[in-house]
Design a protein around this ligand. Structure first.
Ligand code: SF4
Ligand code: SF4
Length: 270
């Protein structure tokens, strides 16, 4: 018996995509308070996924010579020097519950996996670039030499074999934690409470809330300052949220046009 989208509940994107008896949704919890900026995650990601090197650019941004998430950098360790802190954060694709990149892809290159993650199949990508402006986080990017879109796959090949994604495996401080998303959310809440009790009231979670503008992220963060300080949008919203209403209005306008045309034709022939 085939069960379909009727099993869907918000926050269960694999079921929404039609997977029957999908495994638990898997994700990343990146606790930035534990990051030491070693960049082992960046290197492990590049090595495992055979992401091309980009050369060494001295950007003048603290110890950050990567600069941003790009087609050739699927993890980006940001170094943020403020008056109060020296913040480090390993950024990544958020594997959104409502992923606009996936909504706009015309070829099916971007797809939802059984683990609830969002993956690009590079052999199907036609390089149209629609997904690039659709992402509210500015994550997905086209590679200059071939025009195709690339981003973190949450190591789909590894997790399918029961392994931990390369970045989380390499992280020496467990700043990057991988596991079932529900467990990660519980662990993150406990960690925030512990930090608050220890006199760190600025600790807060980002991307953990299923009620936010993207339905919550599959990769979420513990931060020590406002999201903007880390270069993250404070209130991300799925950019395709108005598409159903736009299609309904376009359909209604087409019906009106058809009715007017028929009326004009009948009026002219009588
Ligand atoms: S962060 Fe951007 S690229 Fe990643 S799943 Fe969300 S919309 Fe897609
Ligand atoms: S491997 Fe861990 S500690 Fe090192 S930069 Fe990445 S997140 Fe930070």
């Amino acid at each position: 018996m085939t069960e379909t989208i009727t099993r869907y509940e918000p926050g269960e994107p694999a079921a929404a995509a039609g997977y029957v008896d999908a495994p638990p949704r898997m994700g990343f919890f990146t606790d930035t308070t534990l990051c030491i900026g070693c960049k082992a995650c960046e290197v492990a990601c590049k090595e495992w996924n055979q992401v091309p090197a980009t050369g060494l650019d001295l950007l003048g941004m603290s110890y950050d010579n990567t600069g941003a998430l790009t087609a050739n950098s699927w993890r980006h360790v940001a170094f943020v020097e403020t008056d109060a802190h020296w913040l480090m954060m390993s950024d990544v694709c958020k594997h959104c519950t409502r992923a606009a990149c996936l909504d706009v892809c015309p070829t099916g290159s971007l797809f939802r996996t059984e683990f609830g993650t969002v993956v690009v199949q590079e052999d199907i990508c036609n390089g149209c670039g629609y997904c690039i402006p659709a992402c509210p986080y500015g994550v997905i990017d086209q590679r200059r030499d071939d025009g195709r879109a690339w981003k973190c796959t949450l190591c789909y090949d590894r997790i399918g074999a029961g392994m931990t994604p390369a970045c989380a495996q390499a992280c020496p401080t467990e700043s990057i934690q991988y596991g079932p998303l529900d467990e990660l959310r519980d662990r993150a809440q406990s960690r925030v409470q512990l930090l608050h009790d220890a006199g760190v009231p600025e600790a807060r979670l980002y991307g953990h809330d299923p009620a936010d503008g993207v339905g919550g992220d599959g990769a979420f963060f513990l931060l020590l300052d406002e999201p903007e300080v880390y270069g993250l949008p404070p209130d991300p919203v799925v950019t395709t949220r108005d598409l159903p209403r736009m299609w309904r209005r376009a359909g209604a306008a087409a019906l009106v046009m058809a009715a007017v045309t028929v009326a004009a034709f009948l009026g002219g022939s009588s």
